[in-house]
Write a protein of this length. Structure first.
Length: 581
């Protein structure tokens, strides 16, 4: 089953989607690049993927189905295994007697149809569908995963034999438990479920009568499932085996890491085990190894803020600091900056704890405090490696802070992070670390403070603020200043008032149960100007520096957040949650 070029040409011209000249140009390009005509049509923007699939379905006489809002019976869905469905974009959606209807993107994929026919012993009826439909149905596999998990618990937790308390300290007994099939299946299913739900962390907590599993999705912790307490020792032991940790150590914290890899994904898992009152708590950080660095625009830096950061990155020497609490995306911003700076003529070296993503052409060093490789010692060694740019994962102590300043004084560009609540708060923090004010003033180029807010997903609910809401919001920000900024950005009319500006609330849907999907940064960027340098040397408090930066045009995080809320990217509630926390 293949659509011939002449058939495609006739139908496109007949439907007034293309002229004959345009089609001939596309054919020449396809021949030159050795691509399919259909692929060139889509890449050139002459026709979209959905239009093409519907047209092919019509030409071939194959019914087109839209499954975007359909809920498939889990028993039918699982007839085509998930790995096959994902790799070949083919899903089973309806079974009637001996007939199985499958939706697919490629009608020429006869090999997969034949494979399903042989493995199911059913008559396969192919249907064409859109990419959105396939994605929607693939998401439904994770719902069947919960049911599958329930089955594992019912059938196999009973197989895990209880171990006497005194035996729990015995390494051999724990090793045996960790290798039991039920425990392996439970841990594997937990990991798979977390990856499908885009979780960044998995928390496994032992409470009085059960084990609570929670996933952090888009920065928010959510209960995922509870397991019988009987399974806890085996699950912790299995994770310790994977992470190469001591099985019989229950009194001290342990840190490790391991990797999981399938055809669909490749993840590095960072493991932290902490003794708590009821036993041991496990937290696993999931880091996708296939993730590419984001651009600064994708992170959420816009207009003036973006320009200020880019100006600082163009300077060959000095220091750029990124501040914010744990989990605010500082490291991701650092990696994006290094991706911009990374070119064959530059030597970039880093000292990190941990190395979250591997980057080509960048020399990344992992801190190992147990053997004396601290940030400070690692940084000393880096300076003997002829670097142009140095990235220090975090400034944690006086020694590292002073070494960073000295490195920037001796002709290096230094990128690092610091834990403070605002951009201006970084300056007194550096002074607390015994850094000389005149050295800070002469080396610091720019300070960037950030938080992460959740993005509104798909459909959203438009509304206007009421008096009570405006009164509450005014506790956290200057409404007059923000209104002035919204007018400057031309997001509202010059005569707009707070009561007639439309904002947006999350609208729950099947794809986004809480109305949010993904995150974006809100930022404040403080360039170290001559007046700011004078304030640093005078040891001014952070509030004074903040006010001066604002008078010079700095936009605060809350102001940047309101711009994104007015654009419909996020909600006001999200902005305030991020700022107030």
């Amino acid at each position: 089953m293949k659509v011939e070029p002449q058939q495609l040409k006739a139908f496109l011209i007949d439907a007034n989607l293309l002229t004959e000249e345009q089609f001939n140009e596309v054919r020449k390009k396809a021949k030159k690049t050795k691509h399919e005509i259909s692929d060139v049509l889509v890449s050139e923007g002459l026709i979209n993927q959905d239009q093409l699939i519907k047209l092919e379905a019509y030409i071939l006489g194959i019914p087109f189905v839209d499954l975007e809002k359909e809920t498939i019976d889990p028993k039918v869905l699982k007839i085509v295994p998930e790995p096959i469905a994902r790799s070949h974009n083919i899903v089973a959606f309806r079974k009637s007697g001996n007939n199985l209807e499958v939706a697919m993107l490629d009608p020429k994929d006869l090999r997969t149809i034949e494979f399903i026919k042989k493995t199911t012993n059913l008559k396969i009826l192919p249907r064409l569908t859109s990419i959105k439909s396939i994605k929607s149905v693939l998401l439904q596999y994770q719902k069947t995963l919960e049911a599958e998990f329930g089955e594992i618990i019912k059938k196999e937790v009973g197989v895990i034999k209880p171990v006497e308390e005194e035996k729990l300290e015995e390494k051999a007994e724990l090793e045996k438990m960790a290798e039991e099939l039920p425990v392996i299946r439970i841990v594997d299913t937990l990991m798979k479920h977390a990856i499908l739900q885009r979780a960044s962390d998995i928390h496994i907590e032992l409470i009085e009568k059960e084990v609570l599993v929670r996933y952090r999705i888009d920065g928010i912790l959510r209960d995922a499932m509870t397991l019988p307490k009987l399974a806890s020792s085996g699950i912790v032991a299995r994770i310790k085996v994977l992470s190469n940790l001591k099985l019989d150590e229950h009194r001290l914290p342990q840190d490790g890491r391991f990797k999981i890899e399938t055809e669909d994904y490749k993840y590095s898992i960072r493991v932290s085990i902490l003794p708590v009152f009821d036993g041991e708590k496990v937290v696993m950080r999931l880091l996708a190894e296939t993730t590419k660095a984001f651009t600064l625009e994708q992170l959420g830096l816009i207009e003036e803020n973006l320009e200020k950061v880019q100006d600082s990155l163009r300077k060959p020497v000095g220091m750029i600091l990124i501040t914010g609490p744990t989990g605010s995306g500082k490291t991701t911003t650092l990696y994006s900056m290094m991706d911009i700076l990374n070119n064959p003529g530059i030597n970039i070296s880093t000292v990190e704890d941990p190395i979250e993503y591997r980057m080509p052409r960048i020399n990344q060093t992992q801190v190992r405090a147990k053997i004396g490789l601290t940030f400070a010692n690692g940084l000393r060694s880096l300076l003997r490696q002829d670097p142009d740019i140095i990235m220090v994962g975090e400034i944690r102590d006086n020694e590292t802070a002073n070494l960073c300043i000295n490195a920037s004084l001796t002709g290096h560009l230094v990128l690092s992070t610091l834990h403070t609540n605002s951009a201006a708060g970084s300056l007194p923090r550096l002074m607390d670390m015994k850094c000389e004010p005149f050295l800070i003033a002469s080396t610091l180029n720019c300070i960037l403070a950030q938080r992460l807010v959740r993005r509104l997903c798909g459909e959203k609910e438009k509304y206007k603020l009421k008096d009570a809401e405006l009164k509450e919001i005014s506790k956290y920000c200057d409404l007059e200043t923000i209104l002035k900024i919204l007018k400057q950005e031309k997001l509202v009319g010059q005569r707009a008032t707070w009561k007639n500006i439309p904002f947006y609330k999350p609208k729950p849907s099947k794809e986004c149960p809480d109305g949010y999907k993904g995150r974006i940064g809100i930022f404040e960027v403080l360039p170290v100007t001559e007046t700011i340098k004078e304030l640093i040397i005078a040891k001014a408090i952070s509030d004074r520096i903040h006010q001066q930066a604002k008078s010079e045009g700095m936009r605060t995080m809350v102001e940047d957040g309101f711009i994104k809320a007015a654009q419909g990217i996020t909600s006001i509630e999200e902005v305030l949650r991020a700022i107030v926390e």
